[in-house]
Design a binder for this molecule. Sequence first.
Ligand code: FAD
Ligand code: MLT
Ligand code: ZN
Length: 461
Amino acid sequence: MNPDSATLLDSLQGAVGSDHVLTDADLRASYEADWSRRWHGEALAVVRPATADEVAAVVRACAAAGVALIPQGGNTGLVGGSVPRSHAARPQVVVSTLRLRDLEPVDLLAGEVTVGAGVTLAALQAHVRPAGFGFGVDLGARDSATIGGMVATNAGGIHVLRHGPMRMQLVGIEAVLADGTIARRLPGMLKDNTGYHLPSLLAGSEGTLAIITRVGLRLVPHLARRAVALVAVDDTATAVSLAGALRSSLPSLVAAELFFDEGLALVLRRGGGERPFRDAHPAYLLLEVESRADPTDDLATAIDAAGAVVRDAVLASDASGRDRLWELRENHTEAINAEGVPHKLDVALPLGRLAEFVDRVRAAVEEAAPGAACYLYGHVCDGNLHIGVIGPPAEDEGVDSAILRLTIEMGGTISAEHGVGVAKADWLEADRGVADVAAMRAIKRALDPIGILNPGVIFRD
Ligand code: FAD
Ligand code: MLT
Ligand code: ZN
């Protein structure tokens, strides 16, 4: 180890205690590879601060040494931004936020709560439920994904059609800036027009502008009665128009998810379980409603009213039946991951073009990677489609490029909810344009002049 690294490690141990500076390769390993195994790199150390002051001391030590900081929460991110870069220009330290897990009491008057950045989504949900509240964002990685990571990626998930993404839940924030100062506006207020809104700026910043340490969140009423339906349809166009119609005719609708028969077959092959219908169908729409009174009849009536476009439907009001239907959709991610290292894309299209995109993207994948397996699924009301491709080697970007090129050509966005990360940094300008990217780079330079916060993420280093 060179003398500079030894001095830095001493400073880090002084900041967080030697038990929380991991340098052993075995201990670092799970922090150095991402969930998909496509992205990995080596860190000088993993540090695990427990307070904002400790994070600030870590940042100051790394800034003095010119060492890069890689913020990491639950490491469920899917664009390579939560782990060290494989070809880094300078040494890297992973800053794990998992010890920042304070849960403050729910503010019952405001319907808000302040929590540490390392609190998992599931822990937040369990914390606010006894007070009669829920949280507006929900996603399949709820047991591991942290609130800080969800802010940093502006996570979307399954309830965006009702409550919007993470950005729309933020009322306050505490974050450590690149020079080690702590910006704090907590608990924050929903109405607060005192200049630039830092929570919004940091939402989607992917660890490139600051390390988020605490977050003030608005809550939503917990509506305990739920029902889920799985509806079989002919194609994407039918799913899009049915989900669109239900948005206005079924006010209790909170989720509308799309998947196809090849994905369903894979989920069943990998995880076991029975087909939900006797026959296979081309496309499936999973619908969830929630209310104070039992919404099952409303959901059944709405599906009946849709008429012949519904090839078949199954409905569940009890918890285990609902969970079984949800697993058919949520288990796509793990089932695809179990097939090999996936190429994961997360795009959104104008809704009027989603069906055309589904056809064209399948053809584009076949052309770029003949014989590759291609799985499509997503959050249909948001125009958000996930594409998982198994076949080409992890480092081969041909299929990724083909999908992103088509997305931009059709007026879509290359990242709907997972972020840009390192995976799509080369495509940012093609999507956002020169002026937008210049403005973003100016913000980055102003807040992180020496470029130590997550270099290579969003912008190519
Ligand atoms: P990490 O993976 O640790 O980090 C993600 C990014 O945020 C990195 O760039 C990291 O540097 C930065 N970061 C993390 N914490 C901080 C912090 N405190 N301050 C500053 N920067 C920070 N995403 C969706 O949007 N919708 C979904 O439906 C969805 N479903 C998923 C299902 C599965 C099974 C999996 C594995 C992932 C899913 N994801 C989904 C992706 C992922 O869960 C989200 O991106 C989530 O927000 C990441 O949270 P995390 O704590 O794991 O962050
Ligand atoms: C999902 O909606 O399942 C997630 O965003 C994860 C994925 O893309 O696989
Ligand atoms: Zn998703």
